[in-house]
Design a binder for this molecule. Structure first.
Ligand code: B12
Length: 230
């Protein structure tokens, strides 16, 4: 056993999963994920080393037009199933670390990245309020105020939808909540174009879900330090 859990032939498992996803074989995909988990590979590693690479590879095949949008769509549904199978039991022995509101911004339906972020935050001890896809700015702010969250995490996968985050930035500022509520942004488009973080008014980002706990903790500290948190 390594410190990261059981030995993982992740490359081989990734290939098998990719094959199952391309062949729309939901049962086989579930079997591969379940056997990896029951073999002692930590859920976070199943996601980052087996599932994520398979999704990204499928995306590249779609972009290269060797698979259709329909095939990619079905494969994405299978990926969602697989992701849900990786959900570990939540442990919050001392109460939650904080409350985080997350969602995909208006017009964006790329749920996999957001769900992964929610999963990692939940595992790290955050109480996660997931608003789902296509969330308007007003709903984000309303919910954050209701549950007293000091961080909102917004996911956007496309250039066009990322720009909708500006509406949330403007709303937070207009309502005088700039110090009390911090805005984490993320999604593949921010990895390709890091300058977009500032352009949409984000307070911070991470390349992947592994860094989400650190980012949200840092932003929550900033909000608390402002002295405006109730
Ligand atoms: C899967 C996929 C889909 C699936 C989504 C299924 C689902 N339930 O999520 C389906 C088939 C539905 C889809 C639809 C579309 N898609 Co699409 N899709 C993808 C694809 C291949 C992979 C995205 C993904 O799931 N990645 C895996 C996850 C785990 O990674 P991730 O999303 O990057 O998330 C990680 C990090 O970014 C980060 N993160 C994510 N969110 C957040 C939030 C915070 C706060 C933080 C801190 C971090 C963070 O952590 C995550 C986990 O590690 C990408 C290509 C790509 N390479 O990204 C295109 C892509 C995003 N899609 C694209 C397009 C164009 C579309 C469609 C318009 C296609 C169409 N013609 O209909 C529609 C639009 C739907 C919509 N309005 O949202 C384009 C966008 C182009 C652009 N530059 O804007 C891309 C880039 C493909 C391309 N090159 O053309 N898509």
């Amino acid at each position: 056993m390594s410190s990261r859990g059981a030995q993982c032939d992740c490359e081989e498992l990734y290939r098998q999963l990719l094959d199952a996803m391309m062949n729309a074989d939901r049962a086989r995909a579930a079997e591969i994920i379940d056997s990896a988990l029951s073999g002692g590979i930590p859920p976070a590693r199943v996601i980052t080393d087996i599932l994520d690479p398979a999704i990204v590879r499928l995306g590249a095949m779609w972009e290269g037009e060797s698979i259709s949008l329909a095939q990619n769509f079905i494969a994405s549904k299978i990926a969602e199933d697989a992701l849900l199978r990786c959900l570990p039991e939540r442990k919050e022995p001392h109460g939650p670390k904080g409350v985080a509101v997350i969602g995909n911004i208006e017009d964006d339906f790329h749920s996999l990245g957001r769900r992964t972020v929610g999963l990692f935050l939940g595992t790290a001890g955050w109480q996660v309020v997931d608003l789902g896809n296509d969330v308007p700015a007003e709903q984000f702010l309303e919910k954050a105020l209701e549950v007293k969250a000091s961080v909102i995490g917004v996911s956007a996968m496309m250039q066009t939808t990322a720009l909708n985050i500006k509406k949330l930035r403007d709303l937070i500022d207009r309502e005088g909540q700039k110090d009390r509520i911090k805005l984490a942004v993320g999604g593949a488009v921010f990895n390709w174009r890091p300058e977009l973080v500032a352009e949409v008014g984000g307070d911070g980002t991470t390349r992947n879900a592994v860094g989400a706990d650190h980012l949200f903790t840092r932003l929550q500290k900033l909000a608390l330090a402002s002295g405006h948190v109730s």
